[in-house]
Structures are given as C-alpha cells and as structure tokens.
Unconditional design. Structure first.
Length: 123
C-alpha cells in the first residue's frame, strides 16, 4: 500500500457496515487505524495496534478493515466476568456484592427490562 492508495475513511466505514455502533466511535477507530498505516508508510514507528499485534507495514484494504473490526469488538466486549472469591472476606466489595439467588435474579431481570420506579416512591 502506498500513501496514495490508503483508503478513505468513508470507504472503510462502508466496508465495516456497523449500524448498531455509534458512528462517532467507528469513525474514531477508522481514523486511528488509517493514521497508523500512514505512520508505518512514512517510516515512523507505528507502534502496536490496539487489537494487540504489530501494525502491518504493508496492509491491504481487508487487513485495515479487519483490524478496525477487531478493535471495535474489543471495545464493546463486556469486561465483567465471573470470579471465585478466595479472599477470605465473605462479601468483598471489590468483587461486586453478594451473589443473588435465582428467584431474586429472575425478579430483577423482569423489572430491568422496562422502566421502573427505582427512584420514586409511588405509594
């Protein structure tokens, strides 16, 4: 790829086709990737892509799209995951709160799927 053949932001956006994500977020990540490509072509150290690996010094269009897609998937992935409390503290506040029983989780799920009176006393 040469500086002349670096794809436009719009072309990469169309190839990604991610209408469910905020446009501003997608545009920012596309521009970030294209800047990394420009740096690598000009001989500057491009550094690492946020997807993890080194930036390819001669990427093709599909590689650019794939790296942006990977970075966006990484950003959107939930960071919360189940853990085992082996600290010896019964309710460790850095591990969330006490686990909820199945009945409570089901009731919470039913209320959380719509508007609720969480901050209003309706009585």
């Amino acid at each position: 790829m040469t500086r002349r053949t670096i794809p436009s932001t719009d072309k990469v956006l169309k190839a990604l086709g991610l209408p469910e994500l905020p446009r501003a977020l997608v545009v920012t990540e596309v521009r970030r990737e294209l800047e990394l490509v420009r740096r690598s072509l000009s001989g500057e150290p491009a550094g690492r892509s946020q997807a993890g690996g080194e930036v390819d010094p001669d990427p093709d269009f599909d590689a650019v799209v794939a790296r942006v897609r990977s970075r966006l998937e990484n950003l959107c992935r939930s960071r919360l995951q189940p853990v085992i409390n082996a600290t010896g503290v019964i309710i460790h506040t850095n591990l969330g709160r006490a686990p909820l029983g199945p009945a409570v989780a089901a009731a919470l799920d039913a209320v959380a799927q719509q508007y609720s009176n969480l901050e209003f006393d309706l009585n």
